[in-house]
Design a protein around this ligand. Structure first.
Ligand code: 13P
Length: 248
């Protein structure tokens, strides 16, 4: 279960949130990842010390270094102690002009520095309504994973986040999310073989809340969630981490 805090919280709130969360998820064997804003990373990293919670950032540049005002490099991210980096979030694609080509360079750079890329893909409402969801997903997967072959399934995470479901309160139905995620896994299988495709974590993101997580997690191909709004409160994110699925 991955938390994407986006551009929220201050240092004090971040520390309190992690402390409360760790108490609330004590004993879970589920994998948890927190991706705070980069400037709060050290606070989160320190608060997570001694726990199994992994940490990541929400973006980085693909170059080793250079005149890229405002950016951070993979080396900086790695040195800060992060294990993961979100790449190609729809907000980065839509607001900051990130392309599949840029994502592909970032994926390769993350991997070269031992960071696990959490690659986001997802269609807009218009694309869904015109029936081109799988075409859009295929283009994003092919473009953003160009040249990349993970050495094992735990070197890559994919997040399927339909753009129309992000921050809108509209969740894809569990069946719709499952259909697209199953499609993603089939494409991964074609690219990397079944063994790797079956062990890559494929997450669903878009208005995941305590009251819909159980149904989503009951789907066979959904391995977890990438959570925005509901990850900003310890109680709601803990309930998501502690999802309840009886037969999977
Ligand atoms: P919400 O959970 O707020 O819809 O955000 C989803 C998301 O974009 C996570 O990366």
């Amino acid at each position: 279960m991955a938390a994407n805090w986006k551009m929220h919280l201050n240092r004090r709130e971040a520390k309190t949130l992690v402390e409360d969360l760790l108490k609330a998820i004590d004993g879970t064997s589920n994998e948890v990842l927190i991706c705070p804003p980069t400037l709060l990373f050290d606070t989160v990293q320190a608060a997570c010390k001694g726990s199994k919670v992994a940490t990541g950032v929400q973006n980085m540049h693909f170059a080793d270094k250079g005149a890229f005002t405002g950016e951070v490099s993979a080396e900086m991210v790695k040195e800060a102690g992060a294990g993961y980096v979100i790449i190609g979030h729809s907000e980065r694609r839509a607001i900051f002009g990130e392309t599949d080509e840029m994502c592909a360079k970032k994926v390769l750079q993350a991997d070269a520095f031992g960071l696990v890329p959490v690659l986001c893909v997802g269609e807009s409402l218009q694309e869904r309504e015109s029936g081109s969801t799988t075409k859009v997903i295929d283009t994003q997967l092919n473009g953003s994973l160009e040249g990349f072959t993970p050495t094992s399934g735990d070197r890559l995470v994919i997040a399927y986040e339909p753009v129309w479901a992000i921050g809108t309160g509209k969740t894809a139905t569990p069946a719709d999310a499952e259909t697209v995620i199953k499609h993603i896994r089939e494409r991964l299988s074609e690219k990397y073989g079944e063994r790797i495709a079956n062990s890559v974590r494929v997450l669903y993101g878009g208005s995941v809340k305590p009251d819909n997580v159980d149904e989503l997690m009951a789907q066979p191909n959904i391995d977890g969630a990438l959570v925005g709004g509901a990850s900003l409160e310890a109680e709601s994110f803990a309930r998501i981490v502690n999802f309840q699925v009886h037969a999977k």
